[in-house]
Design a protein around this ligand. Structure first.
Ligand code: ATP
Ligand code: MG
Length: 340
């Protein structure tokens, strides 16, 4: 295991977040620095001009934060990644890789020659029941775009990982054998099933922060900037603006809540006897006032806002990431925690 500091870079559709951590013993990291900035229009899925703007934003964040490491673990957008759990007979990592080579195309929506994929054994039944392998694939064009942008900013991509894999590492508390994690960002809400710390199932729904802002805009007749401000300031507090804010936002949250519930029920129907007891909430929308209580009522499970700072050693008086902002940085923190 390398003790050198690493940078986690979350290339979100609304905000780019950078976190630098130094390993400090088993499951401990020291927070060195962090910074965030708005994502330029188009982001990493945009054209050449957009990519240049993203590279410039990353350079700015490195400078502003004073991060010294050049090694980056970058995020892959969940909705552009396809992941599957494949059942296989017991075999070694290398054998699994070779076996998957021939079948990868049946699991992914892109031709094999245009895909980058990797695998990880997530369950081995040594009593002879075979094993489960997590297969993750993304388009080469996407991966090359991210690597190119990061290099242009003077850094080096040492690994890529999906947003939920990172969140599962940084925010899901120990002591829950099976739980759900939900990352509500700007454009998408990503929902994952986490078993013993490992992401085993994920899906994404296109309803998130922007949908809440739009709902406030149209219900309350506000412009975008005002709607965004009210959303962030008051969140789901029932009494604000005579209850109108809550009335505008609640239906959007119930769309996400229904998908969370469905995901949990689907997983349990395939794995009878397993029980989901906790939902960890992450992403920019998790920092809104009163969101966890409301969501908890909708899904019928305990919902806890993620606290990735609890796994970090923080300098006294540090102001890089406040506890309230923890879930906003959850993906970047999880990425920087990854062993390479
Ligand atoms: N303090 C905050 N700073 C930034 N965004 C916030 C804050 N509080 C709430 N939000 C909301 O969170 C959303 C952005 O969240 P986040 O940064 O997690 O998205 P993202 O990672 O860029 O998007 P995605 O994961 O969908 O690509 C926005 O809709 C924004 O309104
Ligand atoms: Mg995000």
């Amino acid at each position: 295991m390398s003790d050198l500091p690493k940078i986690g870079l979350d290339l979100g559709s609304a905000t780019i977040k950078l976190v630098e951590l130094a390993p400090a013993g088993k499951n401990r990291w020291r927070l060195l620095t962090a910074a965030s900035a708005g994502t330029p229009a188009g982001g990493i899925s945009g054209g050449q001009g957009d990519l240049l703007a993203v590279a410039a934003t990353i350079s700015k964040l490195v400078k502003e934060s004073g991060a010294k490491s050049r090694k980056v673990i970058a995020s892959l957008p969940e909705e552009q990644v396809s992941s599957h759990v494949v059942e296989m007979p017991l075999m070694s990592e290398e054998e699994a890789k070779q076996a998957l080579q021939w079948q990868v195309e049946q699991y992914i929506p892109i031709p094999e020659e245009k895909a980058v994929w990797s695998h990880q054994i997530i369950r081995k039944d040594t009593a002879g029941g075979g094993m489960e392998v997590l297969l993750v694939a993304a388009a080469k064009g996407l991966v090359n775009g991210i690597v190119g942008v990061v290099e242009r900013a003077g850094l080096e991509v040492v690994a890529l990982e999906t947003e939920l894999m990172a969140t599962a590492r940084s925010e899901v508390p120990e002591g829950y054998p099976l739980s759900l994690v939900v990352d509500v960002g700007a454009k998408s809400s990503d929902i994952g099933v986490v078993k013993n710390g490992q992401l085993v199932f994920s899906r994404t729904v296109p309803t998130a922060g922007e949908a809440f802002t739009r709902a406030i805009e149209s219900s309350l007749g506000l412009d975008r900037a005002q709607a965004e401000q009210y959303k962030i300031t008051y969140g789901f507090a029932a009494d604000k603006l005579g209850g109108k804010l809550m009335a505008a936002m609640k239906p959007v949250l119930s769309v996400i809540g229904a998908e969370v519930k469905k995901t949990g029920e689907f997983y349990v129907s395939k794995h009878p006897g397993e029980i989901i007891k906790l939902v960890t909430l992450s992403g920019g929308m998790a920092v809104l006032p009163e969101v966890s209580g409301l969501l908890s009522g909708m899904v019928g499970m305990e919902v806890a806002v993620g606290s990735p700072l609890s796994k970090l050693i923080l300098d006294k008086n540090q102001k890089k990431i406040t506890p309230a902002d923890g879930p906003f940085y959850g993906v970047a923190i999880g990425l920087a925690m990854r062993e390479i």
